[in-house]
Ligand binder design. Structure first.
Ligand code: WTA
Length: 653
């Protein structure tokens, strides 16, 4: 590659800006850049001040010990996460406040206060102790979105045992591998879960997994649907039997700031999943601070809803630990967004007067596809702030969200982060930063992000390349469980001394960050490195398009040619002209160079269970290869369908 050629081209430009509305700014926790400046001058002082908001059982001796790439935060300090999330608030007189409004998919509900949650957690912690769980153990959790899931996590934390939650949509094999890697002693599951009106056979899957996990001694089973499930005497125990008669008195263990709080497995592309390690003090300070400031949390008046699944890091950090540490009132919803109908979310927002909604671009694009009739049926005027996470959000989806869900009055915070970062890293502070649709704007105070070329040199402003982080942050991963070498190799070797996130990004003339997707997805067209995200955003910008995924297909002349997979909005049908219309639209938005050679129309796209588009599989389809691993797909049948469509498409020149 020629020396002057940029790591990734900077093509798409977005001119719209949205300053914080005046009334929002007037009441915002942060309305200027003073925290950014404070943290830039004194990183450790900034985080020490934030960590002081927590309850420490023993003060720390040193804020940060940084021995690249291994960080320790609040060294020598002791605290307990469950104490901070529960007892601290109850002791301060806040026990009656609602922690979770839980909404079961079939329509049953529960309201759980901080005091009730504290008691449930203490009883369950005693119950776990009665079956041998001790400080330093690992406990696996495989459940749906029921209140007992956070109870189980917090009970582990109370005892100083680490949890490893495996998303309830994963298979028995995935669960087995994760249990074995963590060498967990106990597995907590439920009979079945509810999803889109159907039951998910959690206990059956758990049994299949546990057939091959020598470390598991006991399986604790919560009764949810009440249907019969297979049972192994001696090993299996009902949750309700185990907690019966347990005392609600269970003093939280004083654990070290650097003790393991949890493992959360994240898959690389093909290799064995990595057990990402998060520890106690720095993690809690990081998620509590970002949750408070990014969502401008006013705990006495806000009703906060992060609609992710607790099985992902978003749920760990922003349904469980951040909101509870901040004494927030949250919504917990068990099921699918289209059960019983496509307005379930909007019904929930109206019912509980939700003020803050945090969700993913994949959900937003799905709602776009379903059309505005569904949200229009409900009063969404309680909303005051919207958030997005998980993938780059296409500017058009951002504007749709801001207009149709936010009523044009709510700031939108697009938050970039990862399982590995533990906390939000690049994000607007909604009272302080003017937003641009599709941009995550600027690093959170204290976060030192840069964009570099192949050789690790900063590309400057404006410019595109690889996103790196230059300084440690409190919620950063402490490693990959059992594999420190892989930790160094995966994250710290590509650019010496920097954390490499694996994402492409660019900064525009104003220094705003734009995330461009995983670098493995970048396309190379006649020597130009073009991000899939930009071409996809240009397609989604067209009024008929709900969703798009682009890949680079091998081409003898140009290196790669762009193949686009496009899902049209609800009622729209592709006609003979649609391909040409969309090609022209891309040419107008970003240039002829980025026009897809081929467009395949499809009712849906292959996505992981956390909603990320799997472009690798689309590449397999386009290049007519055997499909790679499809086990992590939410709906494996969709690739077959796309393959048939691709094969049936008339050849284009
Ligand atoms: C992507 C989810 C663009 C990115 C918290 C990252 C995003 C990966 C954004 C981590 C965003 C997450 N804009 N891309 N706002 N948020 N990503 O571990 O590629 O499930 O590296 O953590 O999602 O996904 P993970």
């Amino acid at each position: 590659m020629a020396e002057s050629s940029p790591a990734i081209e900077n093509l798409f430009s977005e001119a719209r800006t949205f300053p914080p509305p005046d009334d929002f700014k007037a009441n915002a926790l942060v309305s200027d850049r003073s925290l950014h400046e404070q943290a830039e001058q004194d990183l450790e002082g900034f985080w020490a001040e934030q960590a002081e908001r927590l309850r420490w059982m023993k003060p720390w001796d040193q804020v940060l010990e940084w021995s690249l790439p291994f960080a320790k935060w609040f060294v020598g300090g002791q605290l307990n996460v469950s104490d901070n999330c529960l007892d601290r608030h109850v002791d301060a007189g806040g026990g009656d406040k609602v922690a979770y409004h839980w909404e079961g998919e079939p329509g049953d509900t529960r309201t759980i206060t901080y005091e009730q949650l504290r008691d449930d957690v203490a009883r369950f912690a005693n119950a776990l102790r009665s079956i041998g769980v001790q400080r330093g153990d690992r406990v696996n959790i495989y459940m749906g979105m029921v209140p007992e899931l956070p109870v189980a996590m917090l009970a582990c934390a109370r005892l100083g045992a680490a949890h490893s939650v495996v998303f309830g949509g994963f298979s028995a094999d995935a669960l087995r591998d994760r249990i074995n890697d963590a060498e967990a002693k106990v597995l907590i599951t439920q009979d079945e879960g509810w999803r889109a009106g159907k039951v998910v056979p959690l206990k059956q899957n758990a049994d299949d997994a546990v057939a091959d996990t020598p470390s598991i001694e006991k399986v604790v089973v919560l009764r949810r649907t009440g249907n019969d499930v297979p049972w192994t005497e001696g090993r299996d125990v009902w949750w309700h039997d185990l907690v019966e008669g347990q005392s609600a008195d269970c003093p939280p263990e004083a654990v070290d700031a650097e003790d393991l709080l949890y493992l959360l497995y994240t898959s690389g592309t093909t290799a064995k999943p990595k057990g990402i390690m998060h520890t106690t003090g720095g993690y809690l300070a990081g998620v509590a601070t970002t949750h408070r400031l990014v969502f401008d949390l006013h705990p006495d008046t806000d009703v906060y809803w992060c609609a992710a699944d607790i099985g992902w890091v978003t749920g760990h950090s922003y349904i469980v630990y951040g909101p509870l540490a901040n004494h927030a009132t949250s919504i917990l919803y068990e099921g699918a967004p289209n059960f019983p109908d496509k307005d379930r979310w909007w019904e929930i927002i109206e019912k509980y007067k939700v003020t803050i909604l945090y969700t993913a671009p994949t959900a937003i694009r799905t709602f776009m596809k379903w059309g505005t009739d569904w949200p229009e049926k409900h009063d969404l005027s309680s909303l005051r702030l919207l958030g997005s996470v998980g993938e780059p959000i296409n500017p058009e989806a951002w504007v749709w969200y801001q207009t149709n869900i936010g009523g044009g009055r709510c700031p939108v915070v697009d938050t970039w982060w990862q399982t590995e970062t533990g906390m939000i890293m690049i994000t607007p502070l909604p009272g302080a930063i003017d937003t641009k649709p599709g941009s995550a704007t600027f690093p959170f105070p204290g976060v030192d992000a840069d964009i570099v070329d192949n050789d690790g040199n900063s590309v400057g402003i404006p410019g595109g390349g690889y996103l790196v982080l230059r300084k440690p942050w409190p919620a950063m991963l402490r490693g990959i469980y059992g594999d420190p070498e892989r930790y160094k190799e995966t994250y710290w070797s590509r650019f010496e001394g920097n954390y490499f996130a694996g994402d492409g990004a660019k900064r525009d003339d104003d220094g705003y960050f734009w995330l461009l997707g995983r670098v493995d997805d970048v396309m190379n067209i006649s020597g130009h490195r073009i991000s899939t995200t930009e071409v996809e955003s240009a397609l989604v910008d067209h009024k008929d398009v709900a969703e798009a995924a682009c890949i680079g297909k091998v081409d003898e002349t140009t290196g790669q040619q762009i193949v686009a997979f496009v899902t049209l909005k609800g009622a729209v049908e592709a006609t003979d002209d649609t391909t040409e219309v969309l090609r022209e639209h891309v040419a107008r938005k970003i240039g002829k160079l980025a026009r897809p050679t081929t467009i395949i129309f499809t009712p849906d796209l292959p996505k992981t269970r956390s909603g990320k588009i799997m472009r690798r599989l689309l590449k397999d389809v386009a290049e007519e290869r055997e499909l790679g691993d499809v086990t992590t797909l939410a709906d494996p049948a969709i690739v077959e369908e796309i393959r048939d469509k691709a094969a049936a498409r008339p050849q284009e020149d």
